[in-house]
Design a protein around this ligand. Structure first.
Ligand code: NAD
Length: 251
């Protein structure tokens, strides 16, 4: 028996990195998984040749898309047990003096409004069922300074607040919501950092300020998402968990 046997899950940002690893892991553990990403090719590759997985191209910042996608998923599968609202963008590094309201909006729309839309449209179905687990990807950048550009960090702090406040809205319904806060993980988002270090021959220095002396792997975040999605986490609610090799413990 898999740890998510019979569960029905949507994973966003599943065309790459953490979302791809989590979507595949959830399916390997027995869940029926809808893998969502803006990148149609990426998400098609995630599900290719795998059981219980379907790919869908969509924009998590569009309320119309999110509402339709969840409604169609529930119609097809009779309910929804797990949402991993993971899609995100870094926005690149822009100095504070050059940042514009448009730049902030672009990041907040994907990183914060995206998870909000999944909470808004999936939780009523979970409440009707009396059970469900929502996991949102925040970041160490949402807990402390120096791990992201201002709007990125603000969006991730917002995700943590969303999780805390929604946990109280959902009190007594049987629906849980938590966040995972990755440290530096090698994915599509951080590829430029790793590529630059490899180019300079300094890749050994990446992660040296981390107590584990290395960057993390997408699968290491997916494992936490799996635990939070599963019934093993039945008394875990309203929390944000750093999965960062210990980085945030010392700063
Ligand atoms: P990634 O770039 O490999 O994956 C992110 C995916 O999200 C991409 O496939 C992208 O196409 C998709 N996406 C972007 N905007 C979207 C939209 N509007 N609608 C649908 N899909 C969209 O990066 P990743 O590191 O796997 O990122 C996953 C999550 O982890 C993000 O929320 C990110 O902020 C967070 N995170 C990453 C790190 C890290 O070091 N990699 C650290 C902390 C937090």
């Amino acid at each position: 028996m898999g740890r998510l046997e019979g569960k029905r899950a949507i994973v966003t940002g599943a065309g790459s990195g953490i979302g791809r690893a989590a979507a595949r892991l959830f399916a390997e553990e027995g869940a029926t998984v809808l893998a969502v990403d803006l990148n149609a090719d990426g998400v098609a590759e995630t599900v290719e040749g795998r059981d219980r997985m379907t790919a869908e191209a969509g924009d998590v910042s569009s309320e119309e898309y999110v509402a339709d996608s969840i409604r169609n998923f529930v119609d097809a599968h009779g309910g929804i047990d797990i949402v991993f609202a993971n899609a995100g963008i870094s926005g690149g590094w822009v100095p504070l003096s050059d940042q514009t309201p448009d730049y902030w909006e672009q990041i907040l729309k994907v990183n914060l409004i995206g998870p909000f839309l999944y909470v808004k449209h999936a939780s009523p179905h979970m409440v009707d069922q009396g059970a469900g687990s929502i996991i949102c990807t925040a970041s160490v950048a949402g807990i402390r300074a120096n791990a992201g550009v201002h709007p990125y960090s603000a969006s991730k702090a917002g995700v943590i607040s969303l999780v805390q406040t929604v946990a109280y809205d959902l009190a007594g319904t049987g629906v849980r919501i938590n966040a995972v806060c990755p440290g530096l993980i090698e994915t599509g988002m951080t590829k430029p950092i790793f590529d630059m270090a490899r180019g300079k021959g300094t890749e050994d220095r990446i992660g040296q300020i981390n107590p584990l002396k290395r960057a993390g792997r997408p699968e290491e975040i997916a494992n936490m998402a799996l635990f939070l999605a599963s019934d093993e986490a039945s008394y875990v609610n309203g929390q944000a968990f750093p999965v960062d090799g210990g980085l945030s413990a010392s700063h």
